[in-house]
Design a protein around this ligand. Structure first.
Ligand SMILES: [Zn+2]
Length: 140
């Protein structure tokens, strides 16, 4: 199998020696990569967090208010609820990011083992993945 990184320059690091010209496989790969917008995931998480925080805090404050507690207790409960919600959200987001990172590192270790132990199978696996992204068999 031909080494796809043979002759790659420092400027070519992300996609090896695939040329950059418009309509080239490299340009195709770059445009496919740009289909993924991490901002969309963040926006979804922010909307979910806002909705979740608003709902739980409203329920908390209404519950305390309905129990005929003093005004200061209702306000303090609302503030505590906001703080607890923000802390919980931050911890949850951090933990899920760590878990995702560990999962990616584990996949990377597995693929490094595959490359070392079964390089031919790995090459055809990679070719299959690139073809799923729309590259023709010859290019992949
Ligand atoms: Zn593999």
């Amino acid at each position: 199998m031909r080494n796809p990184l043979a002759g790659a320059t420092a400027a070519d690091t992300e996609y090896g020696s695939i040329p950059r010209t418009a309509g080239s496989p490299r340009a195709t790969l770059l445009s496919i990569k740009n289909v993924h917008h991490p901002v969309e995931g963040s926006f979804k998480a922010a909307v979910f967090g806002f909705s979740d925080g608003l709902t739980t805090n409203l329920a908390l404050v209404l519950s305390v208010a309905c129990a005929q507690q003093p005004h200061s207790t209702v306000v303090l409960t609302g503030m505590a609820g906001l703080f607890a919600g923000a802390a919980s959200m931050a911890c949850g987001e951090w933990l899920s990011a760590q878990a995702e990172r560990e999962q990616h590192l584990e996949e990377l270790r597995t693929e490094e083992q595959h490359l070392a132990q079964i390089p031919d199978e790995e090459a055809s696996h990679m070719k299959g993945i690139l073809m799923e992204y729309g590259l023709s068999g010859g290019i992949a």
